[in-house]
Design a protein around this ligand. Structure first.
Ligand SMILES: Nc1ncnc2c1ncn2[C@@H]1O[C@H](COP(=O)(O)OP(=O)(O)O)[C@@H](O)[C@H]1O
Ligand SMILES: [Mg+2]
Length: 380
């Protein structure tokens, strides 16, 4: 049963899930349409009220509102959500199927709409940025990937932990945010069950304030602050640029470093992140198809943020003694040297996931962890 979902989730969550299964009310599968409807209902309710209420902390910490099985199964609820959908302008509600879900792998992809088309600064006043108490003191590190399964989340989690531990003996505040909204695994890698913080922030009809954002964070034993991805997939447009900017600015004001595990899709709300990033790590293997996707992603990012500093992390491969011709060619294509390599270690990587314990903690002296420490050292 080592690959059972229960093996990888926290003990508390396993117990709760087991109880629900016994009672025959497991909420393991909830239709996507309902998540979309719940988010839209929350936003529409805010619009109708015409108010911009400050979020009560209880709201942030009450994922039950979203996850309650009874809500999912109640036909009246479904009807209500249909009414809300009918009353919301179509432009506000792109169909789920129309949303980007992954970097287009086809050889001749349709042009990706420029992320810059979202003029974040022009849309509304910026309450968080305007607050002098929230001046940024932290550094933002983004983690992207050329293809699924290459080790980006593993890298992001261990990078965050590494940044925590280079505390030069003094406590260093580090947060990790999982913006892979649909299939994020930062929480489960750390044996943390999502408490609904990010979903609650997405449901607000206004920019979340600093109190709501801090209340949404979960603590990990290591000292990391974690904002896990929603437990159930939500549409990518559950977030928007203003909201993402608010979340990141609030976290940067109270942490020394913030690591963001990016979604595989190119969405407009990445723009504020690209502009604030100290560095973007592109995790990739060296297959032609992966390099092709990495290039497309980096080209799109650089179009919006020409000054973005990029580092390539070659995942699942040991650094060769000498760079070959193919390595030089890849470095030219990506416009970056292949400086960092993380060796292939499937058994230990798997064990770390199953234990919910980052590799850096489980095997601090292994080659993989040494690679992480070197990268972290280069950021000091
Ligand atoms: N260096 C590595 N060697 C072998 N397997 C790895 C390595 N890094 C990660 N993995 C495994 O690869 C799988 C995908 O890792 P993950 O970090 O979730 O990738 P991504 O975020 O790029 O989709 C996981 O099972 C993980 O344990
Ligand atoms: Mg991932």
């Amino acid at each position: 049963m080592s690959d059972s979902i229960f093996f990888r989730t926290s003990r508390a969550e396993r117990d709760t899930a087991a109880m629900r299964d016994v009672e025959g009310t497991s909420d393991a599968v909830i239709p996507l349409a309902l998540h979309r409807a719940q988010i839209d209902m929350a936003k529409a309710a805010g619009r109708e009220a015409g108010a911009m209420p400050r979020p009560a902390p209880a709201q942030v910490q009450a994922p039950a509102q979203v996850q309650a099985p009874a809500q999912v199964q109640a036909p009246a609820q479904v009807q209500a959500s249909a009414q809300v959908q009918a009353s919301v302008p179509v432009a506000d509600m792109p169909a789920f199927a129309e949303m980007p879900t992954a970097p287009a792998p086809s050889p001749a992809p349709a042009p990706i709409p420029a992320i810059a088309s979202v003029q974040v600064a022009d849309q509304t006043p910026a309450p968080l940025a305007a607050d002098p108490a929230l001046r940024s003191r932290g550094r933002l590190y983004l983690v992207s990937r050329s293809r699924g399964g290459v080790g980006a989340t593993t890298f992001a989690v261990n990078l965050a932990l590494g940044l925590c531990r280079t505390a030069q003996k003094s406590a260093r505040r580090v947060a990790i945010v999982d913006l892979d909204l649909q299939f994020g695994t930062v929480g489960s890698s750390l044996d943390l069950a999502d408490k609904g913080g990010l979903l609650a922030l997405a449901q607000l009809d206004h920019e979340p304030d600093v109190h709501a954002i801090r209340a949404a964070l979960q603590s990990h034993d290591s000292g990391l602050s974690v904002l896990p991805a929603p437990r159930h997939p939500v549409p990518l447009d559950a977030l928007d640029a203003l909201r993402v900017r608010s979340i990141i600015d609030a976290l940067l004001s109270s942490h020394d470093a913030v690591v963001v595990d990016l979604p595989p899709a190119l969405v407009d709300w990445l723009e504020p992140l690209l502009h604030r990033a100290e560095r973007l790590f592109m995790v990739t293997d060296l297959a032609v198809t992966s390099i092709d996707c990495a290039k497309r992603i980096l080209d799109t990012f650089r179009e919006d943020a020409p000054d973005l500093r990029v580092e390539i992390i070659v995942g699942r491969e040991k650094k060769p003694l000498f760079a070959g011709k193919v390595h030089r060619e890849i470095a030219t294509v990506l416009d970056q040297p292949l400086r960092h390599w993380l060796p292939f270690d499937p058994k230990r990587a798997r064990l770390a996931l199953d234990r919910g314990e980052p590799l850096l903690k489980m095997l601090p002296h292994g080659a993989w962890s040494r690679g992480i420490r070197k990268i972290v050292g280069g950021l000091e």
